[in-house]
Write a new protein. Structure first.
Length: 456
């Protein structure tokens, strides 16, 4: 097997979910694109395969010294299938794995005989160290296989990447951006960017993959990337995917001012959402002026008691106020609702249903609760259900069932989700709006997604 210190050629792969129709939209995978850029900056040759967009033959691995797989909750089964094939066919190659789901069941994954290393958390520095530091005991945030004992060794966590401005622009040129499709958008392709990492808040259903310390990029660094995407990659729409974009109001305004000053004409949507208690009218005005057309307000629930229990930190009143301000400034709104918290009965689910209709955002999504490992909800309720480390968590499809203390069956919760979707989207004004806003192709894709996931 090749020595890790002699690796020169690297292939990074993200596999498809086993049930692909659970995910109707696709965006370029920022995590491995950042890794690719850092590797090439440090003198390695690196390529990227996104099997969601471009199917590949496993024999491509023959041309590389190391192959790395990116593990998400949605692609567990296909990832481990390909890891096994890669190891059996190319026993001399280094096979590693990283991604946000690795830490969820790390003890189980360390039993896999086909892996040389498993990376935890942000890996831009860790991977370079793995490939360049001779003394293994100096490696942090990676489970690496000891050559003598064949057991995995872990020397503890490393510090989070301190200055995000030092990261290069992700290697967008490694993938065919024109093949990506985001269903709720003005233009294609839509490319996501992350302007900060980490979130200091304590939502009990959220896994903090970037930690709780908020680390921002500078406005100039962010707008340089947006300008690059616009001018060099022909991207006309940007999706902001921060865990917490609006935590620093002045930084947001500075970003907007720079976009306007440089005359960068792009559509912007804040897809991962924005805290309703941390966005005021001044911020919205500046965002609108910079190109914002859609914002996710993320109410989560129509029950104040549930918001308190999940430690959301904002209220239904904050959400209503934000939606009203967006209407005033002609910014479209998207709301995500979670159905089936363990303590909720039919009364509470009906409250969420009614709140969603009254809130009347332009788009809404109703998802069955998925309790992710390493979250507070998982700590509180993991003894009431089983989650397999080696099965996909298909949270958009409603297949993953959380426990319910009121005895509501998964089928009953599914029926409530169907009712929410039907009652929200089959209103005449909503149908007319969708026909005016989205292309026939996007509407058809969303309709088929709703049928296949049995949400209508």
């Amino acid at each position: 097997m090749i020595d890790r210190l002699k690796v020169k050629n690297i292939l990074l792969i993200i596999e498809t979910p086993k049930i692909q129709h659970n995910y109707p939209s696709s965006l370029p995978p920022l995590g491995i694109l950042y890794l690719c850029a850092v590797l090439e900056k440090n003198g390695f040759n690196c390529d990227v395969v996104d099997a969601n967009i471009t199917p590949y033959d496993i024999d491509i691995i023959e041309n590389y010294d190391l192959v790395g797989f990116s593990l998400f909750c949605s692609n567990v089964e296909s990832t481990f299938d390909k890891i096994k094939i890669a190891r059996n066919k190319y026993p001399d190659k280094l096979v590693i794995m990283g991604g946000p789901h690795c830490e969820a069941f790390i003890e189980d994954y360390c039993q896999n005989p086909d892996l040389n290393a498993i990376f935890i958390g942000e890996s831009e520095n860790t991977l370079i160290q793995y490939l360049t530091i001779p003394i293994s005991t100096d490696l942090k945030s990676v489970y690496y296989r000891d050559e003598l004992s064949s057991k995995f060794i872990y020397n503890g966590p490393s510090s989070a990447f301190p200055d995000l401005d030092q990261l290069p622009i992700p290697s967008y040129n490694k993938l065919p951006l024109n093949k990506y499709s985001f269903n709720v958008s003005k233009k294609s392709p839509v490319v996501s960017i992350i302007t900060s990492r980490g979130c200091p808040f304590n939502c009990s259903f959220c896994y903090h993959s970037h930690g709780k310390k908020w680390r921002p990029r500078s406005p100039k660094n962010i707008v340089d990337e947006i300008e690059f995407l616009k001018n060099e990659m022909n991207v006309d729409e940007i999706s902001i995917h921060d865990d917490n974009f609006s935590i620093d109001k002045l930084r947001v305004i500075d970003i907007c001012n720079l976009i306007v000053q440089r005359n960068i004409n792009v559509y912007i949507q804040i897809t991962s959402g924005i805290r309703a208690d941390m966005c005021d009218e001044e911020m919205l005005k500046n965002l609108k002026n910079a190109g914002l057309w859609l914002i996710n307000v993320n109410p989560e629930s129509g029950n104040e008691d549930t918001l308190s229990k999940i430690k959301k930190g904002s209220s239904l009143g904050h959400v209503k106020n934000l939606v009203n301000l967006c209407r005033k400034h002609k910014i479209k709104t998207f709301a995500n609702f979670i159905i089936g918290f363990p303590w909720e009965g039919e009364k509470e689910i009906r409250n969420t249903h009614d709140f969603a209709l009254k809130l009347n955002t332009d788009f809404a999504h109703f998802a069955k609760l998925t309790i992710f490992p390493k979250t507070q909800l998982y700590s509180d309720f993991h003894n009431l259900f089983y989650m397999s480390p080696f099965k996909d968590i298909a949270f958009f499809s409603g297949e993953t069932s959380a426990p319910n203390l009121h005895g509501l069956t998964p089928a009953k919760i599914d029926n409530w989700i169907k009712k929410c979707v039907k009652d929200f989207y089959l209103r005449p004004q909503t149908i007319i709006y969708l026909l005016q806003t989205l292309s026939f192709k996007k509407l058809l894709r969303l309709f088929l997604f709703t049928l296949k996931t049995k949400n209508i």
